[in-house]
Write a new protein. Structure first.
Length: 453
């Protein structure tokens, strides 16, 4: 992986003026989807398992999935929503190796969490053919947190990734059949990673050292872009294609150890120092279709591809030397590698189908089914911070129209996650081998309100 200098960018002045409460709420998007991508960019798509996401275009959240869809909206529309994601991830040990002097024991409890994934969108018709919009959402997020001193604590005690994505967009209606759209993304990424100090092969040490931790905390702002096309060959058929670019982040922050004197900052050759890591969040391509069969029935379909292989080995790099360099130890010098996270992701794909049934003028019922392939290659590259596996979505939902201008969407999804085997060997780095199986469960419930003016 190419080493680069840490980013010194800071948020633009106008972004600092966003309400602190809103930024704090958006930062709560911690629950993982396929990999650590969050599909919950609106609640209206949950009931269809996000089938037809780039072609539905029935509220302002189309800004995220396909900005060209704004040409299907009225003069001004807002959409506000949130998804409650409840993840359970429980590990069962099957022969992990921690070393004879290690105090690490146990399965770590439930590493999952319950989190809110909020979003907000506004679209505005500027002329008969031109629309503008802005969306605020959280396209990536992850949080795993284990009990102290569990068997894999030298690999991770907690791992947290949060994003905020601000996405202004434009859409142009070429004619009644074709619309195009584009947008830019200004995205913040926060990372917070905590693990125990390596224990394998270390002579018996006093309890304060054996329970000490290393923490990497960093953040970055960076830019990306997205484009989309909406094609309507007939009033009953919509086809959508959208592309969202990769975003390169260089998260800059610091490494801190909690080791007491006399061990101090030279433990593991990490020490207290400035640090950074480079990560390229993946690009995504979506192909969608919506077909009205008759006045009551509408069917939806979706195929998406995500280039996860942009994430291979993630290097946590020091940018200053440890406080007390050791003779002959080059890793104590500025610019050394503090740790390598070997993700080795592969590209992934997702397919979804769904249907809507118009019960009456006020209610539409929704359903959907999807299969999502994990980017994790297998047990050897499964990380304790991301125990991911293939998943199947079973979704139901409804839309209620209390007035001609307002819509309320509800969605509930049960995501069936295949048991994830892990055999992550970091013995050579002193962090042991974690061997076992994860049993994970995931529920998603969302509510969204959309209004046209």
């Amino acid at each position: 992986m190419t080493r680069i200098a840490p980013s010194t960018r800071s948020p633009r002045t106008q972004l600092r003026s966003l309400p602190a409460a809103l930024l704090g709420l958006l930062a709560c998007s911690l629950a993982q989807a396929g990999g650590f991508q969050l599909l919950e960019q609106n609640a209206s798509g949950i009931g269809n398992a996000y089938a037809g996401s780039a072609a539905v275009a029935d509220n302002a959240s189309t800004i995220f999935f396909n900005p060209a869809g704004m040409t299907e909206l009225r003069d001004r529309e807002i959409s506000l929503g949130g998804s409650l994601v409840d993840l359970s991830a429980e590990f069962t040990d099957r022969g992990s190796l921690t070393g004879p002097s290690s105090t690490l024991r146990g399965n770590g409890g439930d590493a999952g969490s319950t989190a809110l994934v909020p979003n907000a969108y506004l679209s505005w018709r500027l002329s008969p053919q031109l629309w503008a919009g802005i969306g605020i959402s959280a396209p990536f997020g992850l949080k795993t947190e284990y009990d102290d001193q569990w068997v894999g604590a030298a690999q991770a005690l907690s791992f947290e990734v949060k994003t905020i994505n601000i996405n202004p967009s434009l859409a142009f209606k070429v004619n009644d059949t074709l619309s195009v759209g584009a947008g830019v993304s200004y995205q913040k990424l926060d990372a917070d990673y905590v693990r125990n100090i390596s224990a394998l092969g270390r002579p018996a040490a006093p309890l304060p050292l054996s329970t000490s931790t290393v923490r990497f905390k960093a953040d970055d702002w960076s830019w990306g872009w997205n484009v989309g096309v909406l094609f309507k060959p007939s009033p009953d058929t919509r086809l959508g294609v959208s592309y969202r670019s990769a975003i390169k982040h260089s998260v800059a922050g610091n490494l801190r150890t909690s080791a007491p004197a006399p061990f101090g900052p030279a433990v593991e050759g990490i020490g207290d120092s400035d640090a950074y890591a480079r990560i390229k969040l993946p690009e995504t391509l979506i192909l969608s279709a919506v077909q009205r069969v008759n006045p009551q029935w509408e069917v939806l379909g979706d195929v998406s591809w995500t280039r996860w292989n942009s994430i291979q080995d993630v290097l946590i790099m020091r940018t200053t030397s440890v406080a007390t360099p050791r003779p002959g130890r080059s890793e104590d010098l500025a610019g050394g590698t503090a740790q390598t996270l070997e993700a080795r992701f592969r590209n992934s794909w997702r397919v979804a189908v769904g249907a809507n049934y118009n019960l009456n003028s006020a209610w539409t019922l929704k359903g959907g089914l999807a299969f999502d392939r994990t980017p994790v290659r297998g047990p050897e590259t499964t990380l304790v911070s991301l125990p991911d596996a293939n998943r199947t979505w079973l979704a139901v939902g409804a839309q209620w129209r209390p007035s001609a201008d307002g819509r309320v969407d509800f969605g509930l999804t049960r995501i069936l996650i295949k048991d994830a085997d892990i055999n992550n060997n970091q013995v050579a780095a002193g962090r042991g081998r974690v061997t076992g199986t994860y049993d994970s469960k995931l529920w998603v419930f969302g509510v969204q309100y959309s209004h046209a003016f």
